[in-house]
Design a protein. Structure first.
Length: 317
């Protein structure tokens, strides 16, 4: 920290998805507090997302502890600074315990049907919706290139994981999806890249096996920013309701999110290239994700392909 520039604390989530959906706050902070030096506090798995973000001078990884110990640790790490602004996505009491010129604090009462990206924008008092953004760097791009290799074939990225079992489409259906798409003329010559974290190998293994020689194993190989760089190289993305789904949408990759008993209207992949396949398309009505059939998912993937690939420039990245 320079000591003379205005200091801003951005407390975001311990979850990758919420970090991505609120990432537009980085640019918005720069607009509202010109020249700000930003300190980001987030979960350790999401920390890499902010290492190349503009204006960010420090990232404080925080992990949930018993008896709210993580909040006490974060308070100790931040109480000595006079903040020009404190932005708190978590809606915690921390922001009120720090010296701050302005405060932007999330309020769950705003969750009345709007997309979460829009409620985060409301939190920031932004004049326009804060577009989520992935801040790639050379390190992440190099890691992704090493995983993908030099084969120029188009890539379909698949993320068959989620933080909750009831949000995870069964792994055998992911394998069946890959088998069906391998035989589909639209995907002739395509490669199938499985993405996920270090603990996601069991969920990804059936689909990776189904992909065979056309598969790319990007599961647990690098941090979240490396995964983002790999997904940015894909032509299409299909995944469960997860952080990687939001990463894909933020990179601009056409994204299909599979939703079961969760609020798809609130957490759908943001942007004009985001699509949703929900076990129940009616808001407020929840059905198991297992109600989604392979036939339905194949049809949704083909629709995504036809919307963004068919007729497009084949040399388009």
């Amino acid at each position: 920290m320079s000591g003379s520039a205005p200091q801003v604390l951005f407390v975001t989530s311990d979850r990758i998805g919420d970090c991505v959906m609120s990432s537009g706050a980085i640019r918005e902070i720069g607009r509202q507090v010109p020249g700000a030096e930003i300190t980001v506090a987030c979960g350790p798995t999401a920390a890499a997302l902010f290492r190349a973000a503009p204006g960010v001078v420090k990232v404080i990884p925080w992990r949930k502890q018993k008896a709210a110990g993580h909040w006490r640790a974060l308070w100790r790490a931040t109480v000595g600074t006079r903040w020009a602004m404190v932005v708190d996505v978590r809606g915690s009491g921390l922001a009120y315990l720090l010296r701050a010129g302005e405060r932007r604090i999330y309020n769950r009462s705003w969750e009345t049907g709007l997309a979460k990206v829009e409620t985060f924008s409301r939190m920031m008092k932004a004049q326009a919706v804060m577009e989520p953004e992935i801040f790639l760097d050379d390190q992440a791009r190099s890691q992704a290139a090493a995983i993908i290799g030099e084969d120029p074939a188009p890539i379909l990225a698949l993320a068959p994981i989620s933080t909750a079992a009831d949000r995870s489409w069964p792994s055998d259906r992911w394998a069946a999806l890959v088998e069906r798409l391998k035989a589909e003329p639209r995907f002739d010559g395509w490669r199938f890249m499985l993405v996920g974290g270090p603990g996601d190998h069991p969920a990804a293994a059936p689909a990776l096996m189904a992909a065979g020689l056309r598969g790319i194993d990007c599961v647990g190989r690098g941090d979240i920013l490396a995964s983002a760089a790999a997904i940015a190289r894909a032509r299409l993305f299909v995944g469960n309701d997860s952080g990687l789904m939001h990463v894909a949408a933020a990179t601009g990759t056409p994204t299909l999110g599979l939703f079961g008993p969760s609020e798809w209207w609130h957490k759908a992949p943001w942007g004009p290239k985001g699509r949703v396949l929900a076990s129940s398309p009616a808001r407020g009505e929840f059905r198991p994700i297992t109600d989604l059939t392979v036939d339905q998912t194949v049809a949704a993937v083909l629709a995504l392909h036809d919307a963004f690939i068919s007729g497009a420039n084949p040399d388009q990245p």
